[in-house]
Design a protein around this ligand. Structure first.
Ligand code: SF4
Length: 498
């Protein structure tokens, strides 16, 4: 019998809490802000509804975000036309979101009349030694909200080099394969539940379709353009795109992405490229004045370090193709599907686009052969990171435990995706040079996810070169939890049946 959903996640969660509560105070339970997470990423997460809408302000005010407003494409606060209830009083106006509370002054907002009407100043960090107030140019005090997820100093940087074996290598090597597998499975379920929760909150704040659309865009953006794609999805909501013709919606996506510079159209491109660009431009220039963001608000695409297949323009092309066939995707979180993986593969693997299955960028000459819009790994990642977590989250919300368990068992059968740097480091640190074991414990998608969870919980939290990491000693505790729950026994029986 496969360990039930969500019991395995609860085992890992109690294990994790137990470790952190008995560890030295420098070890934290809360998630640190990823050191690479910038202001725009936090703004995108805020606007996507990821932090929820109910908060307590710095001075204890009850804050409810009634409406998140709109991304500001011009100068001034980050979000305009927002509505916020503070201690029951409804205020309409802009919201500013900064990384540090002191940015309000250092960016000159306190003397800038464009910020006068701001109703809420949201931030992540601030000085611990004294209080800093947010005031408008007329010295009106503006309500402050420090996001609770970041109510302490920023976490340590991800400083690890391409990995050396950690201190936990030895105790892990003494554990049986089913015990290690059970640990990874529980950590994976814990991670899956967190993702499911994130989509549930986002869907509650926006809509299921918009949360799904943003999730799909993030998955297409891969690591380096995840936030850029999330912002694009927020600036081009799926409800608006669905009301347009496919070519209008495509032009909107490319225009808002900032890829339709007029010079680009006139520049040298292949013959079919010129035709395609002209088609997009002819639609874009008509709406450009209304929807194009200021240069200073342009989406920060990352062009370096991507394989040609993952060039941001191709990713936007794939999103445009998905938006044009939205009816295939939109029901995935709504209805019960017998085999989610097969359903998604059948719907998306043959997704086509006359230009993007032959080109790597807008200006490139045609490729020598057909290039699929969504390769095997992107599809698997879309399934594991978006479709399954969202579907499980929605089934849980509806109280459909049978459906949750069915989805969980399907999730366990997903095979791995290509290794990435983080996964490689995690494998090397926990399993050392034993390649056979590393392969054994990364053969399935959920194992990779469990490994990443442990890596983020422990390796990225450790700044003592493993010396103070509590994980190795507490693995015995895991074996106890595992024996009592019989999880590894159940899992090994299930694996042997597959
Ligand atoms: S930091 Fe902890 S979990 Fe990571 S390799 Fe070292 S001992 Fe293992």
């Amino acid at each position: 019998m496969i360990p039930k959903f969500p019991r395995a996640a609860a085992s890992y969660e109690s294990f994790r809490r137990w470790i952190f509560s008995s560890a030295r105070p420098s070890v934290r339970v809360a998630e640190p802000r990823d050191s690479s997470e910038g202001e725009l990423e936090i703004q995108a997460r805020w606007f996507g509804g990821e932090f929820g809408r109910d908060f307590v302000g710095v001075d204890g005010e009850r804050i409810e975000i009634v409406q998140f407003g709109h991304w500001n494409h011009a100068a001034g606060p980050d979000f305009t036309e927002a509505a916020v209830k503070i201690d029951g009083r409804l205020l309409a106006g802009p919201i500013e979101l900064d990384l540090d509370v002191r940015d309000w002054e250092s960016h000159g907002h306190g003397v800038n009349a464009a910020f006068e009407e701001t109703v809420l100043h949201v931030f992540t960090d601030g000085p611990s030694w004294n209080r800093f107030y947010t005031k408008s140019s007329s010295h009106r005090r503006i309500c402050q909200l420090q996001l609770p997820q970041y109510a302490w100093s920023q976490g340590p940087p991800d400083f690890l080099p391409e990995a050396f074996p950690g201190r936990c290598l030895s105790p892990l090597s003494r554990m049986t394969d089913p015990e290690v597998d059970s640990l990874l499975l529980s950590a994976a379920q814990y991670r899956l539940q967190n993702k499911a929760g994130r989509f549930r909150v986002m869907a509650g704040v926006t809509s299921r379709e918009q949360a799904l659309f943003q999730g799909v865009a993030e998955a297409l953006g891969f690591r380096s353009n995840k936030t850029a794609m999330a912002i694009l999805a927020q600036r081009c909501p799926v409800e608006e795109l669905s009301a347009m013709s496919p070519i209008d919606s495509e032009a909107r996506l490319f225009g808002v992405a900032g890829f339709l510079d007029h010079e680009l159209v006139a520049e040298r491109a292949s013959a079919d490229g010129k035709v395609y660009l002209r088609e997009l431009w002819d639609r874009w220039w008509k709406v450009r004045g209304d929807v194009e963001p200021l240069r200073s608000r342009a989406i920060p695409w990352c062009f370096s370090g991507n394989r040609p297949l993952n060039h941001p323009q191709r990713r936007v092309g794939a999103l445009a193709a998905i938006a044009a066939h939205w009816e295939l995707i939109s029901p995935l979180w709504e209805k019960e599907v017998n085999n989610l993986e097969r359903n998604v593969n059948n719907s998306l693997k043959n997704l086509n686009h006359p230009f993007w299955e032959n080109h790597y960028t807008l200006q490139a000459d045609p490729a020598s052969g057909r290039v699929r819009l969504l390769g095997r790994d992107r599809l698997r990642d879309l399934l594991g990171n978006v479709v399954f977590p969202g579907a499980i989250g929605m089934a849980g919300e509806a109280g459909c435990t049978g459906q949750e368990e069915l989805l969980w068992s399907q999730y366990l059968a997903l095979r791995n995706v290509d290794s990435n740097q983080k996964l490689r480091r995690a494998g090397l640190r926990l399993f050392g040079p034993d390649e056979k074991r590393r392969k054994l414990f990364t053969a399935y998608y959920h194992q990779q996810q469990g490994l990443l969870q442990i890596y983020e919980d422990f390796c990225l939290e450790d700044v003592s070169d493993c010396e103070h990491c509590p994980f190795p000693e507490q693995l015995l505790q895991w074996q106890d939890i595992d024996r009592r729950s019989g999880a590894s026994r159940g899992r090994s029986e299930a694996v042997s049946l597959q």
